[in-house]
Design a protein around this ligand. Structure first.
Ligand code: ADP
Length: 392
């Protein structure tokens, strides 16, 4: 460890939460989370080995950005005088032009504010903390790391919707999300799964949000999420792929407003809507309710169909990687997906799967399967360090 090397902060701001982490080179120093902002704010902070550490008094922040004026001085003290060299922010949308991270300036903030209509549920919350830091700590460099950027290598044919082209020029196209997670997995493959790292790999990021990404030699060539983070696989509370005709029907026949439809598709659908029990896979796996069983069946079916679709985009499959909450911990879900993907050459090793891998396929399998924990924050810290080191 280089005691003189400054540390890096990572910020991931949502509508009522703010997650943060500090890295020393590649090592996590601490991480924390403020939840319930605007209602009943609560903060948890953990050290490098997940041990709880005393959290700062954050007062009663009205918004996630309001946490920073108290959090940053506490961090300075906690880090014993070693400065934060920069803050890296997770930003859900970088539009069609950002293929990598970017230094945050007033001009970039204006540009990103123009992209807000593409991700209205996330962008305003991602941008507010950057603005707050520019105002209160203008000397602290900041870097925006986009969830869309990793997918800018996807071929144009795979990014296009079959609608009039002038709409594509206005930004109506497939972008893809979870890019910081896929980028981490791509970076981990050479050491964690060297046999498939240079091959055709489908990564299944299965968390509250869920998507699949097709990697060819570590680069994204297709993904299941599209224009918004609503597309693709069914998720905890989001519907995933849905015939656009359903939205027209809800507008016209059910006389629902756009905000009612938004609430339905983002917050009341997916596993919660299908099961009527819960959006959480732990509850669903433990439930004897037939609707919970059915929801799990739909999920597995859709993941397996998605893997087949991405294998078609790749022209074959050398391996699969499971990651994020469900992918890393839900052995029965992995087993069911692998079974449904047997035709692609995946053959599960049940013992390895029960202990979460890392390799969960039999040695003789034509296509390998792995469990690799993701680390989006580390991807952000790496990008931030690299950009600052380049002086950009
Ligand atoms: P987010 O998208 O919010 O980061 P996560 O990657 O943390 O989500 O994934 C959350 C999901 O992972 C939840 O559905 C949760 O039930 C599931 N999960 C976490 N741990 C387990 C476990 N041990 N068994 C089954 N599912 C789990």
């Amino acid at each position: 460890m280089n005691r003189d090397a400054p540390m890096l902060g990572v910020i991931n701001a949502g509508s009522s939460s703010l997650k943060f982490a500090v890295y020393d080179e590649e090592a996590l120093v601490l991480s924390g989370q403020v939840d319930g902002i605007g209602v009943h704010p609560g903060i948890r902070v953990a050290g490098a080995r997940s041990e709880a550490i005393d959290a700062p008094d954050i007062g009663s922040p009205a918004t996630p950005a309001d946490v920073l004026p108290r959090l940053l001085p506490w961090l300075r003290e906690r880090l014993g005088g070693r400065p934060l060299a920069a803050l890296g922010h997770r930003v859900v949308h970088g539009g069609a032009s950002h293929t990598g991270p970017a230094r945050i300036t007033p001009a970039l903030l204006r540009e990103l504010a123009d992209l807000a209509p593409l991700a209205p549920l996330h962008m305003p919350h991602n941008l507010a903390p950057m603005r707050a830091v520019l105002e209160h700590a203008p000397g602290l460099p900041q870097v925006a790391c986009f969830d869309t950027a990793f997918h800018r290598t996807v071929p144009e044919v795979a990014q296009a919707f079959a609608i009039p082209r002038d709409l594509a020029a206005k930004g109506v196209r497939r972008y893809g999300f979870h890019g910081l997670s896929y980028e981490y997995i791509a970076s981990a493959l050479p050491s964690a799964a060297p046999d498939i790292a240079q091959g055709r790999v489908v990564v299944a990021h299965l968390g509250n949000g869920a998507s699949l990404c097709a990697l060819q030699e570590g680069r994204s060539v297709a993904t299941t999420m599209g224009f918004s983070a609503l597309d693709g696989l069914p998720m905890g509370t989001r519907c995933g792929e849905l015939d656009a005709g359903v939205v027209l029907y809800l507008l016209e026949r059910e006389a629902m407003s756009t905000s009612e439809i938004e609430d339905l598709l983002y917050r009341r659908s997916g596993m919660l809507g299908l099961s009527g029990v819960s959006s959480d896979f732990r509850d669903l796996l433990a439930s004897a309710d037939p609707r919970a069983r059915f929801a799990l069946e739909v999920f597995v079916y859709r993941v397996a169909r998605g893997v087949g679709s991405l294998a078609a985009a790749l022209g074959g499959l050398d391996g699969m990687v499971f990651t994020a909450g469900i992918g890393e911990h839900a052995a029965p879900v992995r087993a069911a997906v692998c079974q449904a993907c047997a035709w692609l050459g995946i053959e599960l090793d049940p013992v390895a799967n029960a202990s979460h891998g890392p390799r969960i396929s039999c040695p003789r399998a034509r296509a390998a399967a792995y469990v690799i924990p993701t680390d989006e924050n580390l991807t952000i810290a790496r990008h931030t360090r690299a950009l600052i080191a380049e002086g950009r």
